[in-house]
Structures are given as C-alpha cells and as structure tokens.
Design a protein around this ligand. Structure first.
Ligand code: 7RM
Length: 659
C-alpha cells in the first residue's frame, strides 16, 4: 500500500443546518463549555462522568496508562447488569418499559425493568447451575429477540465474558470464534425470522459444534418452532431451564478492568480479531455518549436498528440505553418485510422519538422511494442518527427531509468496534451540522489528522485519522494476542503512542472532520491520492444513481485508474430497460458528472452498472473484492460477505461485459 503523506481532497460541501430553537432549549448538553472543561483536564472530566454509574467501590485513580495498555478507574468495583437493571428498580422506572420488542412476524413484547430483572437473574442462575463461573467465556448466537439482551446481561451479572456471534454468520465463522475464545457454553435458538424465512441457527450451531472441544452445553431458545436435533447431554431448552430457575441472583462485584466481552471483527486478512472490552471504562464511555449524543430523556422511545451482534448493538441497543434507564426498541427482522415501510410502521406503532441507523439502509430507503415513509406518521421523531460508513450529503439531506420532516437534527457518529463508544459526532443541541461531516470529536476525545510521519496536516488536507489520548471505552487488547494489538493499532507512527484508526479524514476550515473511507481503499491516480468516498459521493449526487462503489484499478500510465460500480434508482433503471437512454449515454453522463463535481483527475475510466454491490453483513461495501474483479484476480476472502451470490454474479457479468 502506498504511504504518501496525504490524501488529496477535492469535494466541498457548504450547507449548514443549525439545531432548531426548541431542541436547543431542552437539550442534555446545551453549552460549548464542556469541550473546554474536558480539554483542560480529561481525567477529571472522565472521573466526573463516571459518577453517572453506581459503584460498589470507588476507583483510586481514573487512568493508569502504560502505552498502549490502559486501565481505567483503577480498583473500582461495579457490575454492568446492576447498573443496567437493579439501580432502576428503586425508582419509578421499575415499571418503565426497558425493552420493546417487535418480531418480524408481527408479534411484540414489552419488558419492564422489573421483567428484565426477573429474566436476567433467573438466567444468571441457569448459567451458574451449568457450571459457568466468573471469567468463563459464553458464546451467544441468537436472533434479535429479547433473550439476546437477557443472556448478555446475565453473563455480565456473573462476570462471564460473552462473545456474541451475529446470527447471519455461518457455521464455520461461529466455530472459529468459539474456539478462539474457548467458550464453555453456547446459547442459540432453533431459528430466527428473516424475510419470512427461518434462519436455521441451531443447524448451523450443530455443524459448528462438531469441532468445538471446549463447548460443554448448548442452551436453545425456542423461537421459530421448526424441527431441530437436540443432542442428549449437551443440548438443553432455555424455557425448561428457566422454568426451574429461582428469581434473584447477586450481581458480582467486579473489578473495573474485568473483561465484559470479546467481539470479533474481521481483519483485512484471515483470522478475525477478538476485540476485548472491559467493565468500568466501557460503561462510563457508552453511557456518557449515549446520554449526550442521543439527548435521551425518560419520555423517549429510542431505536437503534443495528443487530446486537455488532458493536453498535452492544453499546447502543443494550448497554448504553439500559444504563441510562431508557426505553430501547429491538426489531428482529428485515426493513422491507412484508413491505418496504416496515421501519416506518414500527416508528408509528411505538411512537419512536430517536432513530439511529446506517447510511447503507438510508440509501436503500431512497432507492425504494419516498412513498413508503410518506405513508406513515413519523411526527414523533425528534432526533436521527447514522453510523457505519461515511454518509454522502445527498443521502443525509434525503434522510433529513423525508424521515426527519426537516425538523430533527442528525447525529453522524464516527466510531469503531475498537473504540467501543462514539468518538466524533455532533452534540445535537449545540453543533451546527454539515451534511456528510461527523463534525468534531466529543468532549474528552483527542483526535487528529496526520501525515505518514505522524505530523498534523493543515486544515483542508486529507490524512490519517488518529487518536492521541486513551479513552475509557477503548479496546484493551486482541484476545490472547497482545502482539497483534500493538502491531495493528499502535506502531504506525513510530516513537509516538498514537492510535491509528485505519481511516482517512480531512478537516475543513471550521475544524470539522470529513471521513474519507478506509485508507486501504485510497486510489492513487498519477500521484494524486483520491478518496473513494468523495468520488462515490459525487456519483450518488447524480439523479440516476442509488449507490456506488469506487476502486482504483491498475493502469499502465497513471498507476491506478478510477473504476466505478454503480446501482441505479428505479426510474433510471426503467429508462435503460425501455431503451429511452442507452448504457453509453448514462455512462457518459456519470463520467462528466464526476469530472464536474470533483475535477478531471477523478473522472472514472470505467463505469459498470450492476444490480447490487458486495457488502459485509453489517452493510459496509467490500471494495477489495471489486478490485479483485476489476483486475481479473481470483476473489480473496469472501466469508464476511452478506450474500456471496452477489459477487459471483458481478464477477461473471463484469468479465463478459462488452466494452
Ligand atoms: C460503529 C462501527 C468501523 C469503521 C470505521 C469507519 C466506518 C463508522 C462512520 C464511519 C464514516 C461514520 N464499527 N465508520 N462510522 N465512517 N462516518 N459516521 O461501524 O468496527 O464495524 O466499523 O466504520 O471506516 O473505521 S465497525
């Protein structure tokens, strides 16, 4: 990979949206002073934020930093499950909805904080009864049902670190993660619902468990009711164990640095990395950011659409909202089942007030058309959020107008599995918004954009996004592999203990951050380093384009040439089909559009129209595979693909294209 100093940035976005006055008045954070306070003394600031939680024993020291190893709230003792449940029981929140659940078939359940207490303490007793002790790892492979939150909270209660494997992963992926963590128990379900069909979780789990020597027991939740195999002595039904489990189980007084969970994230190559998060710092980081960024109030119905199997679900579906005593909504299924307005129907049904989703989902909503949201009452919404990828300004404005009714601030939140918590984001009551920018680092966060030598680049220039100081919810290591932890995140800029996020970014003249995508995806055209994200954004700005993925493909003269893979909006697609417009015309229009928006240097050599783009299961575009296709290579690792058929089809069509 090239290691030039900076990334050339060429796209400009000028629009500014100020928070509405009535939002400002009621906002949890309504003064800029917090930034200065945190900057003056970050440790004091985080120590103050830690007071949000209930501690069995107070910490002696906010931070012990032996780079790159951090200990937060040293010698503090607490329990995450206690903070998410018990402490609310002695308040009026005892009977408040903690979890609102909507199943894909339309069944729904509401669990109050008391209900959650009952279920979680009973299940904690189940785990203990099966021999699970503090420190033992528990693997969880469940659909998005309340039992997922219940079982993770029960693990946290007894100090058994969980390793949640997203229900869309295969048997092999599950097997590798169980083995890496050495999990003793697996919690799964017969199946889960997805677009009206059963995802055969137990069947996958059975296949995985033929090669997982550490698993002693599998606990099976009944959800879809189809026929499954139950292996004698190993497999037990969740409901049978729960029927006999007593209510009430003490929350272990755990050290602040006790491992709360492992979450696997795919590296660039091969073996997934087991990102380790611990107890005190993590809960301080996510409860603080959840309260500030989402401006959560007791009257809110908060919905983060991420699967709990991703970090977004861990931090902002379960732990953050419950620690704050909020009402969090969990939906099991697909956004387009039975119709493309399912999300809007759910918002209407429960009166959702805060809605947090991914740019990939927003672009799908745009593609399906505004008629779907416009047919539903979305007037309860007061705040919107996005996460997962850079959001292009067109999608931002569409979201703002069509979902938020031009009334709701949008928080574009930049963070990672590794950061555990939101790092760069507006505070909705005080930060003026620019569509496409995650704006500025949160109070207490020290970020920068640097060149290859680790020196800050001037405003307006692109470079590498780094974090210069430790933060409470930071990963502590890669499970069982300190070396890999150091090499992956901390050695990029020798001589300085700077965390390298792997993302490109620029800051504009207001000091706002603009994410430019993963630096491995940067394109080098004749010595100009271009961000994939900017070219994609300019393409999506064209009225015919729904979504695009841009890559650099080898070129004899220029080093790399820009190649664009594009999906069209329904109308443009039908024009093409009815021969109103030819492929050549559209191709020409798109090339000219990029040249006009960014400059001739970014003009794509190739534009390839496709029905779908290859994405990871969490919705991020996999440009690496598109590079393999464009350069005629054998496809690299495809195990993290959401739908392997998409890439096989694309490869075949690309190779047989007439050009
Ligand atoms: C939360 C999550 C992390 C990577 C990260 C970025 C990209 C996430 C944004 C974003 C631009 C954003 N964790 N990313 N949020 N890029 N703007 N608001 O997604 O570990 O799965 O991914 O996602 O590249 O490094 S993750």
């Amino acid at each position: 990979m090239a290691r030039e100093a900076t990334i050339n940035t060429l796209l400009e976005e000028e629009r500014i949206f100020h928070p509405p006055e009535d939002f400002v008045k009621q906002a949890n954070v309504n003064s800029q002073e917090l930034y200065a306070e945190a900057k003056a003394n970050p440790r004091l600031y985080w120590g103050m934020q830690a007071e949000r939680l209930d501690w069995f024993q107070k910490w002696d020291k906010v931070l012990e930093w032996n780079p790159p190893f951090a200990k937060w709230f040293v010698n503090g003792k607490l329990n995450v499950s206690y903070n998410c449940i018990d402490r609310h029981l002695c308040t009026w929140r005892r009977n408040k909805a903690a979890i609102i659940f909507e199943g894909e078939p339309g069944d729904s359940r509401v669990l109050t904080y008391w209900d959650l207490y009952r279920e979680v303490t009973q299940f904690a007793n189940v785990l203990k009864g099966l021999g699970v002790r503090t420190g033992d790892r528990v693997a969880i492979y469940l659909p998005m049902i309340p039992e997922l939150a219940i079982t993770m909270l029960a693990c946290a209660r007894i100090g058994a670190p969980h390793s949640i494997v997203f229900g869309g992963f295969s048997a092999e992926a599950l097997r590798d993660r169980i083995n890496d963590a050495g999990a003793k128990v697996l919690i799964t379900a017969d199946g889960g619902w997805r677009r009206g069909k059963v995802v055969p979780l137990k069947k996958n789990a059975d296949a995985a468990m033929t090669q997982t020597p550490t698993i002693e027991k599998a606990i099976v939740v009944r959800r879809t009711n189809q026929e499954i195999d139950m292996k004698q002595d190993r497999d037990v039904w969740y409901h049978e164990l729960m029927a006999k489990a007593p209510l009430g189980c003490p929350a272990e007084e755990l050290d602040s640095e006790h491992m709360l969970f492992i979450l696997y994230t795919s590296g660039t190559t091969g073996k997934p990395k087991g990102v380790v998060h611990t107890t005190g710092g993590y809960l301080v980081g996510i409860s603080t950011t959840h309260a500030m960024v989402f401006d959560v109030k007791d009257s809110d119905v908060y919905w983060c659409t991420a699967d709990i199997g991703w970090i977004t679900g861990h931090s902002y579906v379960v732990y953050g909202p419950l620690a704050n005593g909020a009402t969090t909504l969990i939906y099991e299924g697909a956004p387009d089942w039975p119709e493309p307005d399912r999300f809007w129907e759910i918002i209407e049904k429960f009166g959702v007030t805060i809605f947090y989703t991914a740019p990939t989902a927003i672009r799908a909503f745009m593609k399906w058309g505004r008629k779907w949201p416009s047919g539903r009452n979305l007037s309860t919404l007061r705040l919107l959020g996005t996460v997962g990828e850079p959001i292009n300004p067109e999608a931002w404005v569409w979201y703002y107008q069509n979902i938020g009714g031009s009334r709701c601030p949008i928080v574009d939140t930049w963070w990672q599995t590794e950061t555990g918590m939101i790092m760069i984001s507006p505070l909705p009551g005080i930060t003026p918004l620019k569509p496409g920018s995650a704006t500025v680092p949160l109070p207490g966060i020290d970020a920068d954009v640097v060149d290859a030598a680790g020196n800050p680049v001037p405003l307006g220039q692109g470079g590498f996004l780094v974090l210069k100081e430790p933060w409470p919810a930071m990963l502590r290591t890669i499970y069982g592999d300190d070396r890999r932890y150091i090499d992956t995140y901390w050695t990029r800029f020798p001589g300085k203990w700077t965390y390298f996020a792997g993302d490109g970014a620029k800051r504009d003249y207001h000091n706002y951050y603009w994410m430019l995508g993963r630096v491995d995806d940067v394109i080098n055209v004749a010595g100009h380093r271009l961000s994939t994200m900017e070219i994609e954004s300019s393409l999506v700005d064209h009225p015919s384009v729904a979504e695009s993925a841009v890559i650099g493909k080898n070129h004899e003269l220029k080093g790399q040439a820009v190649a664009a893979f594009v999906t069209l909006k329904a109308r443009a697609f039908s024009e093409l089909k009815s021969a109103k417009k030819s492929f050549k015309e559209i191709e020409g229009e798109l090339k000219a559009h990029v040249a006009k928006k960014i400059g001739a240097i970014a003009r794509p050599d190739d534009v390839f129209l496709t029905a779908e783009l290859p994405k990871t299961r969490s919705g991020k575009i996999m440009r690496r595979l598109l590079r393999d296709i464009a350069e005629g290579r054998i496809l690299g690792d495809t195990t993290t693909l959401a739908d392997p058929a998409v890439i096989a089809d694309l490869k075949q069509k690309y190779e047989s294209r007439e050009s």
